[in-house]
Write a protein that binds this ligand. Sequence first.
Ligand code: AMP
Ligand code: GLY
Length: 425
Amino acid sequence: MLLLGSGGREHALAWKMAASPLTERLWCAPGNAGIAAEAELVPVDITDHPAVIAFCQAQGVDFVVVGPEAPLVAGIVDDLEAADIKTFGPTKAAARLEGSKGFTKDLARANNIPTAAYERFHAAPPAKAYVRAQGAPIVIKADGLAAGKGVIIAQTIAEADAAVDMMFAGGLGTAGAEVVIEEFLQGEEASFFALCDGKTAVPLASAQDHKRVLDGDLGPNTGGMGAYSPAPVMTPALERRTMDEIVLPTVRAMAAMGAPFTGILYAGLMIDAAGPKLIEYNVRLGDPECQVLMPRLMSDLVPALVAARDGVLKNFDLRWYDERALAVVMAAKGYPGNYAKGSVIEGLAEAAQIEDVEIFHAGTRAEGGRILSNGGRVLNVCALGPSVKDAQARAYAAVDRIRWPDGFCRRDIGWRAIARETQAR
Ligand code: AMP
Ligand code: GLY
Protein backbone atom coordinates (compact mmCIF):
# COMPACT_ATOMS: atom_id res chain seq x y z
CA MET A 1 0.00 0.00 0.00
CA LEU A 2 1.03 3.56 -0.69
CA LEU A 3 -0.02 6.52 1.43
CA LEU A 4 0.24 10.02 -0.03
CA GLY A 5 1.02 13.03 2.17
CA SER A 6 3.48 14.27 4.77
CA GLY A 7 1.65 15.72 7.76
CA GLY A 8 0.47 14.65 11.18
CA ARG A 9 -2.71 13.30 9.58
CA GLU A 10 -0.64 10.98 7.41
CA HIS A 11 1.51 9.86 10.35
CA ALA A 12 -1.64 8.85 12.24
CA LEU A 13 -2.94 7.06 9.12
CA ALA A 14 0.39 5.30 8.57
CA TRP A 15 0.46 4.22 12.24
CA LYS A 16 -3.03 2.72 11.94
CA MET A 17 -2.44 1.17 8.50
CA ALA A 18 0.87 -0.37 9.60
CA ALA A 19 -0.95 -2.02 12.53
CA SER A 20 -3.21 -3.95 10.13
CA PRO A 21 -2.45 -7.63 9.56
CA LEU A 22 -3.43 -6.99 5.93
CA THR A 23 -0.49 -4.65 5.41
CA GLU A 24 2.48 -6.50 3.95
CA ARG A 25 4.43 -3.48 2.89
CA LEU A 26 3.64 0.20 3.32
CA TRP A 27 5.21 3.13 1.47
CA CYS A 28 4.57 6.82 2.00
CA ALA A 29 5.29 9.67 -0.39
CA PRO A 30 6.82 11.98 0.62
CA GLY A 31 6.29 11.32 4.36
CA ASN A 32 8.25 12.72 7.31
CA ALA A 33 10.66 11.51 10.00
CA GLY A 34 7.87 10.03 12.14
CA ILE A 35 6.19 8.25 9.26
CA ALA A 36 9.55 6.61 8.50
CA ALA A 37 8.99 4.41 11.58
CA GLU A 38 5.81 2.99 10.02
CA ALA A 39 6.43 3.11 6.28
CA GLU A 40 9.19 3.26 3.69
CA LEU A 41 9.50 6.84 2.48
CA VAL A 42 9.54 7.43 -1.26
CA PRO A 43 10.72 10.73 -2.73
CA VAL A 44 7.98 10.85 -5.37
CA ASP A 45 6.40 14.25 -6.10
CA ILE A 46 2.69 13.61 -5.47
CA THR A 47 1.63 16.44 -7.80
CA ASP A 48 3.26 14.40 -10.59
CA HIS A 49 0.52 11.84 -11.20
CA PRO A 50 2.44 9.87 -13.88
CA ALA A 51 5.34 9.51 -11.43
CA VAL A 52 3.01 8.16 -8.73
CA ILE A 53 1.50 5.72 -11.24
CA ALA A 54 4.95 4.59 -12.39
CA PHE A 55 5.99 3.92 -8.78
CA CYS A 56 2.83 1.89 -8.11
CA GLN A 57 3.35 -0.17 -11.25
CA ALA A 58 7.05 -0.76 -10.54
CA GLN A 59 6.39 -1.88 -6.94
CA GLY A 60 3.10 -3.69 -7.49
CA VAL A 61 1.18 -1.40 -5.12
CA ASP A 62 -2.32 -2.82 -4.52
CA PHE A 63 -3.96 0.11 -2.81
CA VAL A 64 -3.32 3.86 -2.53
CA VAL A 65 -4.65 6.09 0.26
CA VAL A 66 -4.66 9.85 -0.35
CA GLY A 67 -4.32 12.12 2.73
CA PRO A 68 -4.52 15.77 1.63
CA GLU A 69 -7.14 17.63 -0.43
CA ALA A 70 -4.97 19.19 -3.14
CA PRO A 71 -4.21 15.93 -5.01
CA LEU A 72 -7.87 14.87 -4.67
CA VAL A 73 -9.13 18.11 -6.18
CA ALA A 74 -6.46 17.72 -8.88
CA GLY A 75 -7.92 14.32 -9.83
CA ILE A 76 -5.25 11.92 -8.61
CA VAL A 77 -7.89 9.26 -7.83
CA ASP A 78 -9.22 9.42 -11.41
CA ASP A 79 -5.69 9.08 -12.81
CA LEU A 80 -4.66 6.17 -10.57
CA GLU A 81 -7.93 4.30 -11.10
CA ALA A 82 -7.61 4.82 -14.87
CA ALA A 83 -4.27 3.01 -14.56
CA ASP A 84 -6.04 0.15 -12.69
CA ILE A 85 -4.59 1.09 -9.30
CA LYS A 86 -7.21 0.87 -6.55
CA THR A 87 -7.30 4.17 -4.69
CA PHE A 88 -9.15 5.38 -1.62
CA GLY A 89 -10.54 8.88 -1.98
CA PRO A 90 -13.05 10.89 -4.03
CA THR A 91 -12.76 11.50 -7.77
CA LYS A 92 -12.15 15.00 -9.04
CA ALA A 93 -15.90 15.43 -9.66
CA ALA A 94 -16.74 14.30 -6.11
CA ALA A 95 -13.94 16.40 -4.58
CA ARG A 96 -15.86 19.51 -5.71
CA LEU A 97 -17.54 19.22 -2.30
CA GLU A 98 -14.33 20.76 -0.96
CA GLY A 99 -12.97 22.34 -4.15
CA SER A 100 -15.97 24.59 -4.78
CA LYS A 101 -17.93 26.18 -1.94
CA GLY A 102 -20.60 27.33 -4.41
CA PHE A 103 -21.05 23.75 -5.65
CA THR A 104 -21.64 22.55 -2.09
CA LYS A 105 -24.03 25.38 -1.25
CA ASP A 106 -26.11 24.68 -4.37
CA LEU A 107 -26.19 20.97 -3.50
CA ALA A 108 -27.33 21.80 0.04
CA ARG A 109 -30.04 24.15 -1.22
CA ALA A 110 -31.34 21.66 -3.80
CA ASN A 111 -31.53 18.88 -1.22
CA ASN A 112 -32.89 20.78 1.78
CA ILE A 113 -29.66 20.29 3.74
CA PRO A 114 -29.58 22.85 6.58
CA THR A 115 -26.92 25.50 5.86
CA ALA A 116 -26.46 29.28 6.00
CA ALA A 117 -28.45 31.38 3.47
CA TYR A 118 -26.14 32.45 0.61
CA GLU A 119 -25.65 33.68 -2.94
CA ARG A 120 -22.84 33.13 -5.49
CA PHE A 121 -21.14 36.05 -7.30
CA HIS A 122 -18.77 36.56 -10.25
CA ALA A 123 -18.30 40.34 -9.91
CA ALA A 124 -17.99 42.93 -7.15
CA PRO A 125 -21.00 45.25 -7.77
CA PRO A 126 -23.77 42.64 -7.27
CA ALA A 127 -21.79 41.13 -4.36
CA LYS A 128 -21.67 44.50 -2.61
CA ALA A 129 -25.36 45.10 -3.27
CA TYR A 130 -26.12 41.74 -1.62
CA VAL A 131 -23.94 42.65 1.38
CA ARG A 132 -25.96 45.87 1.79
CA ALA A 133 -29.27 44.05 1.53
CA GLN A 134 -28.20 41.48 4.15
CA GLY A 135 -26.22 43.64 6.60
CA ALA A 136 -23.25 42.69 8.79
CA PRO A 137 -21.87 40.49 10.26
CA ILE A 138 -21.65 38.51 7.04
CA VAL A 139 -19.29 35.85 5.70
CA ILE A 140 -17.32 36.24 2.45
CA LYS A 141 -15.78 33.08 0.97
CA ALA A 142 -13.58 32.38 -2.02
CA ASP A 143 -15.15 29.58 -4.03
CA GLY A 144 -11.95 27.54 -4.52
CA LEU A 145 -9.18 26.07 -2.37
CA ALA A 146 -7.31 28.86 -0.59
CA ALA A 147 -5.18 27.05 2.00
CA GLY A 148 -7.30 28.22 4.93
CA LYS A 149 -7.30 31.90 3.86
CA GLY A 150 -10.53 31.87 1.87
CA VAL A 151 -13.07 32.68 4.59
CA ILE A 152 -13.53 36.20 5.94
CA ILE A 153 -16.01 36.93 8.72
CA ALA A 154 -16.83 40.60 8.10
CA GLN A 155 -18.10 42.47 11.14
CA THR A 156 -18.98 45.59 9.12
CA ILE A 157 -20.13 46.44 5.60
CA ALA A 158 -16.75 48.11 5.01
CA GLU A 159 -14.89 44.90 5.93
CA ALA A 160 -17.18 42.92 3.66
CA ASP A 161 -16.55 45.34 0.77
CA ALA A 162 -12.79 45.09 1.32
CA ALA A 163 -12.96 41.27 1.28
CA VAL A 164 -15.02 41.30 -1.92
CA ASP A 165 -12.56 43.69 -3.57
CA MET A 166 -9.54 41.68 -2.41
CA MET A 167 -10.96 38.43 -3.82
CA PHE A 168 -12.09 39.85 -7.17
CA ALA A 169 -8.74 41.67 -7.50
CA GLY A 170 -7.08 38.23 -7.46
CA GLY A 171 -5.82 38.37 -3.87
CA LEU A 172 -6.45 34.63 -3.54
CA GLY A 173 -5.62 33.74 -7.15
CA THR A 174 -8.18 31.79 -9.14
CA ALA A 175 -9.80 30.54 -5.90
CA GLY A 176 -11.43 34.00 -5.54
CA ALA A 177 -12.66 34.38 -9.13
CA GLU A 178 -16.03 33.34 -7.73
CA VAL A 179 -17.26 34.38 -4.30
CA VAL A 180 -19.93 32.97 -2.00
CA ILE A 181 -21.53 35.36 0.46
CA GLU A 182 -23.46 33.84 3.31
CA GLU A 183 -25.30 34.41 6.52
CA PHE A 184 -23.20 34.50 9.71
CA LEU A 185 -24.13 31.49 11.84
CA GLN A 186 -23.94 31.39 15.61
CA GLY A 187 -23.56 28.35 17.83
CA GLU A 188 -20.86 25.83 18.65
CA GLU A 189 -18.72 24.36 15.89
CA ALA A 190 -17.99 20.65 15.61
CA SER A 191 -16.55 18.36 12.97
CA PHE A 192 -18.17 15.10 11.99
CA PHE A 193 -16.56 12.41 9.85
CA ALA A 194 -18.22 9.71 7.76
CA LEU A 195 -16.75 6.98 5.57
CA CYS A 196 -18.54 6.81 2.20
CA ASP A 197 -18.57 4.23 -0.58
CA GLY A 198 -20.49 6.14 -3.25
CA LYS A 199 -23.88 4.79 -2.17
CA THR A 200 -23.90 4.83 1.59
CA ALA A 201 -22.01 6.19 4.59
CA VAL A 202 -20.79 4.85 7.92
CA PRO A 203 -20.46 7.39 10.73
CA LEU A 204 -16.94 7.61 12.15
CA ALA A 205 -16.68 10.06 15.02
CA SER A 206 -16.83 13.72 15.94
CA ALA A 207 -14.05 16.11 16.94
CA GLN A 208 -13.39 19.74 17.71
CA ASP A 209 -10.27 21.71 16.93
CA HIS A 210 -8.65 24.95 18.02
CA LYS A 211 -7.88 27.13 14.99
CA ARG A 212 -6.41 30.21 16.70
CA VAL A 213 -2.74 30.30 17.59
CA LEU A 214 -3.01 31.66 21.16
CA ASP A 215 -4.53 30.44 24.42
CA GLY A 216 -8.14 31.48 24.88
CA ASP A 217 -8.74 30.98 21.13
CA LEU A 218 -7.15 34.34 20.34
CA GLY A 219 -4.74 35.51 17.64
CA PRO A 220 -4.49 34.62 13.97
CA ASN A 221 -5.95 31.49 12.39
CA THR A 222 -3.77 28.43 11.85
CA GLY A 223 -4.22 24.99 10.34
CA GLY A 224 -5.19 23.82 13.84
CA MET A 225 -3.32 23.98 17.15
CA GLY A 226 -5.00 21.00 18.79
CA ALA A 227 -8.10 18.83 18.79
CA TYR A 228 -10.07 16.32 20.78
CA SER A 229 -12.57 13.59 20.06
CA PRO A 230 -15.43 13.06 20.58
CA ALA A 231 -16.95 16.56 20.59
CA PRO A 232 -19.07 16.71 23.77
CA VAL A 233 -21.65 18.88 21.96
CA MET A 234 -22.36 16.00 19.54
CA THR A 235 -24.90 13.87 21.38
CA PRO A 236 -25.94 10.56 19.80
CA ALA A 237 -29.19 12.27 18.72
CA LEU A 238 -27.25 15.05 16.96
CA GLU A 239 -24.98 12.49 15.27
CA ARG A 240 -28.05 10.67 13.96
CA ARG A 241 -29.53 13.95 12.68
CA THR A 242 -26.21 14.87 11.04
CA MET A 243 -26.23 11.55 9.20
CA ASP A 244 -29.93 11.78 8.22
CA GLU A 245 -30.17 15.50 7.41
CA ILE A 246 -26.70 16.26 6.03
CA VAL A 247 -24.38 13.33 5.19
CA LEU A 248 -26.78 10.79 3.66
CA PRO A 249 -28.68 13.34 1.50
CA THR A 250 -25.28 14.50 0.20
CA VAL A 251 -24.17 10.97 -0.66
CA ARG A 252 -27.49 10.33 -2.45
CA ALA A 253 -27.32 13.64 -4.33
CA MET A 254 -23.74 13.02 -5.49
CA ALA A 255 -24.67 9.55 -6.74
CA ALA A 256 -27.75 10.94 -8.51
CA MET A 257 -25.65 13.48 -10.43
CA GLY A 258 -23.19 10.81 -11.57
CA ALA A 259 -20.39 11.85 -9.20
CA PRO A 260 -20.67 9.29 -6.40
CA PHE A 261 -18.65 10.24 -3.32
CA THR A 262 -16.13 7.67 -2.13
CA GLY A 263 -13.81 8.58 0.72
CA ILE A 264 -14.02 10.52 3.96
CA LEU A 265 -16.67 13.20 4.14
CA TYR A 266 -15.71 15.74 6.79
CA ALA A 267 -18.67 17.93 7.68
CA GLY A 268 -17.88 21.22 9.40
CA LEU A 269 -20.98 21.91 11.47
CA MET A 270 -22.53 24.73 13.44
CA ILE A 271 -24.73 23.43 16.24
CA ASP A 272 -27.46 25.64 17.64
CA ALA A 273 -30.78 25.06 19.38
CA ALA A 274 -32.39 24.04 16.07
CA GLY A 275 -29.77 21.34 15.41
CA PRO A 276 -26.79 20.89 13.08
CA LYS A 277 -26.13 23.16 10.07
CA LEU A 278 -23.50 22.47 7.42
CA ILE A 279 -20.77 25.14 7.30
CA GLU A 280 -18.62 23.40 4.72
CA TYR A 281 -17.34 20.04 3.55
CA ASN A 282 -13.84 18.70 3.32
CA VAL A 283 -13.25 15.52 1.35
CA ARG A 284 -10.56 13.96 3.56
CA LEU A 285 -9.67 13.57 7.21
CA GLY A 286 -8.85 16.69 9.20
CA ASP A 287 -5.42 17.60 10.47
CA PRO A 288 -5.15 17.43 13.55
CA GLU A 289 -8.60 15.74 13.81
CA CYS A 290 -7.31 12.50 12.25
CA GLN A 291 -4.69 12.31 15.00
CA VAL A 292 -7.45 12.09 17.63
CA LEU A 293 -9.67 9.73 15.61
CA MET A 294 -7.11 7.02 14.80
CA PRO A 295 -6.12 6.25 18.43
CA ARG A 296 -9.83 5.82 19.29
CA LEU A 297 -10.49 3.39 16.44
CA MET A 298 -10.43 -0.19 17.72
CA SER A 299 -11.23 -1.83 14.36
CA ASP A 300 -8.72 -2.40 11.59
CA LEU A 301 -8.75 0.66 9.31
CA VAL A 302 -7.54 -1.07 6.15
CA PRO A 303 -10.57 -3.29 5.43
CA ALA A 304 -12.82 -0.27 6.01
CA LEU A 305 -10.94 1.78 3.42
CA VAL A 306 -10.92 -1.12 0.95
CA ALA A 307 -14.66 -1.73 1.49
CA ALA A 308 -15.34 1.97 0.85
CA ARG A 309 -13.28 1.89 -2.35
CA ASP A 310 -15.06 -1.30 -3.47
CA GLY A 311 -18.54 0.08 -2.73
CA VAL A 312 -19.43 -2.56 -0.13
CA LEU A 313 -19.76 -0.56 3.08
CA LYS A 314 -23.40 -1.48 3.63
CA ASN A 315 -23.67 -3.02 7.11
CA PHE A 316 -19.95 -2.46 7.76
CA ASP A 317 -19.32 -2.04 11.45
CA LEU A 318 -16.49 -0.10 13.07
CA ARG A 319 -15.72 -0.29 16.76
CA TRP A 320 -14.31 2.54 18.84
CA TYR A 321 -12.69 2.84 22.24
CA ASP A 322 -14.77 4.78 24.73
CA GLU A 323 -11.83 6.90 25.77
CA ARG A 324 -11.41 10.52 24.85
CA ALA A 325 -8.41 11.55 22.73
CA LEU A 326 -6.68 14.91 22.72
CA ALA A 327 -3.85 16.25 20.55
CA VAL A 328 -1.60 19.20 21.30
CA VAL A 329 0.15 20.66 18.26
CA MET A 330 3.73 21.85 18.78
CA ALA A 331 4.66 24.48 16.21
CA ALA A 332 7.78 26.40 15.28
CA LYS A 333 8.03 29.82 16.96
CA GLY A 334 6.62 32.42 14.57
CA TYR A 335 3.98 30.12 13.06
CA PRO A 336 1.52 30.92 11.43
CA GLY A 337 3.80 33.76 10.26
CA ASN A 338 7.45 33.32 9.36
CA TYR A 339 9.41 30.65 11.18
CA ALA A 340 12.78 28.95 10.91
CA LYS A 341 13.34 25.30 10.01
CA GLY A 342 16.07 22.93 11.09
CA SER A 343 16.14 23.20 14.89
CA VAL A 344 16.87 20.06 16.91
CA ILE A 345 14.05 18.31 18.81
CA GLU A 346 14.97 16.04 21.74
CA GLY A 347 13.14 14.01 24.35
CA LEU A 348 10.65 12.40 21.97
CA ALA A 349 11.32 8.86 23.19
CA GLU A 350 10.92 9.86 26.85
CA ALA A 351 7.69 11.68 26.03
CA ALA A 352 6.27 8.69 24.16
CA GLN A 353 6.85 6.45 27.21
CA ILE A 354 3.94 8.02 29.06
CA GLU A 355 1.00 5.64 29.08
CA ASP A 356 -1.50 6.10 26.24
CA VAL A 357 0.61 8.79 24.56
CA GLU A 358 1.34 8.71 20.84
CA ILE A 359 3.43 11.34 19.09
CA PHE A 360 2.60 11.97 15.46
CA HIS A 361 5.08 13.98 13.46
CA ALA A 362 4.08 16.71 11.00
CA GLY A 363 6.95 18.91 9.78
CA THR A 364 10.01 16.89 10.78
CA ARG A 365 12.98 15.32 9.05
CA ALA A 366 15.75 13.05 10.27
CA GLU A 367 19.42 13.90 9.87
CA GLY A 368 22.35 12.09 11.39
CA GLY A 369 20.15 10.31 13.93
CA ARG A 370 18.55 13.55 15.09
CA ILE A 371 15.03 14.88 14.50
CA LEU A 372 14.90 18.39 13.03
CA SER A 373 11.93 20.70 12.61
CA ASN A 374 10.91 21.08 8.98
CA GLY A 375 7.68 23.06 8.93
CA GLY A 376 5.24 25.28 10.83
CA ARG A 377 3.22 22.63 12.61
CA VAL A 378 5.85 20.12 13.68
CA LEU A 379 4.52 17.60 16.23
CA ASN A 380 1.18 16.31 17.48
CA VAL A 381 1.35 15.06 21.04
CA CYS A 382 -1.71 12.84 21.46
CA ALA A 383 -3.10 11.07 24.48
CA LEU A 384 -6.09 8.94 25.42
CA GLY A 385 -7.85 9.14 28.77
CA PRO A 386 -11.14 8.37 30.50
CA SER A 387 -11.98 12.08 30.33
CA VAL A 388 -10.73 15.00 28.22
CA LYS A 389 -9.13 16.35 31.40
CA ASP A 390 -7.14 13.12 31.86
CA ALA A 391 -6.15 13.01 28.20
CA GLN A 392 -5.07 16.65 28.43
CA ALA A 393 -2.94 16.00 31.54
CA ARG A 394 -1.17 13.10 29.81
CA ALA A 395 -0.60 15.07 26.62
CA TYR A 396 0.96 18.03 28.46
CA ALA A 397 3.06 15.71 30.64
CA ALA A 398 4.49 14.38 27.37
CA VAL A 399 4.91 17.89 25.93
CA ASP A 400 6.94 18.79 29.01
CA ARG A 401 9.42 15.98 28.27
CA ILE A 402 10.10 17.32 24.78
CA ARG A 403 13.12 19.59 24.58
CA TRP A 404 12.65 21.98 21.68
CA PRO A 405 13.51 25.60 22.54
CA ASP A 406 12.39 26.83 19.10
CA GLY A 407 8.89 25.38 19.47
CA PHE A 408 5.72 26.39 21.27
CA CYS A 409 2.21 25.08 21.90
CA ARG A 410 -1.05 26.26 23.35
CA ARG A 411 -1.57 25.32 27.00
CA ASP A 412 -5.36 25.13 26.99
CA ILE A 413 -6.30 22.58 24.32
CA GLY A 414 -9.67 21.06 25.24
CA TRP A 415 -10.74 23.86 27.60
CA ARG A 416 -14.31 23.99 26.35
CA ALA A 417 -14.78 20.22 26.70
CA ILE A 418 -13.16 20.21 30.15
CA ALA A 419 -15.46 23.02 31.29
CA ARG A 420 -18.40 20.89 30.15
CA GLU A 421 -17.04 17.84 32.03
CA THR A 422 -16.64 19.93 35.19
CA GLN A 423 -20.19 21.27 34.84
CA ALA A 424 -21.61 17.78 34.37
CA ARG A 425 -20.02 16.59 37.59
P1 AMP B 1 -11.87 27.43 6.83
O1 AMP B 1 -11.70 26.14 7.61
O2 AMP B 1 -10.65 28.22 6.62
O3 AMP B 1 -12.70 27.24 5.59
O4 AMP B 1 -12.70 28.39 7.77
C1 AMP B 1 -13.96 28.12 8.05
C2 AMP B 1 -14.25 28.72 9.37
O5 AMP B 1 -14.92 29.97 9.22
C3 AMP B 1 -15.22 27.83 10.12
O6 AMP B 1 -14.54 26.91 10.89
C4 AMP B 1 -16.00 28.83 10.93
O7 AMP B 1 -15.32 29.13 12.13
C5 AMP B 1 -16.02 30.08 10.10
N1 AMP B 1 -17.24 30.17 9.31
C6 AMP B 1 -17.40 29.79 8.03
N2 AMP B 1 -18.65 30.03 7.59
C7 AMP B 1 -19.32 30.58 8.62
C8 AMP B 1 -20.67 31.07 8.81
N3 AMP B 1 -21.55 31.04 7.81
N4 AMP B 1 -20.98 31.58 10.00
C9 AMP B 1 -20.08 31.62 11.00
N5 AMP B 1 -18.81 31.20 10.90
C10 AMP B 1 -18.41 30.68 9.72
N1 GLY C 1 -8.22 21.06 10.99
C1 GLY C 1 -8.96 21.55 9.88
C2 GLY C 1 -8.76 20.83 8.62
O1 GLY C 1 -8.12 19.80 8.53
O2 GLY C 1 -9.28 21.30 7.61
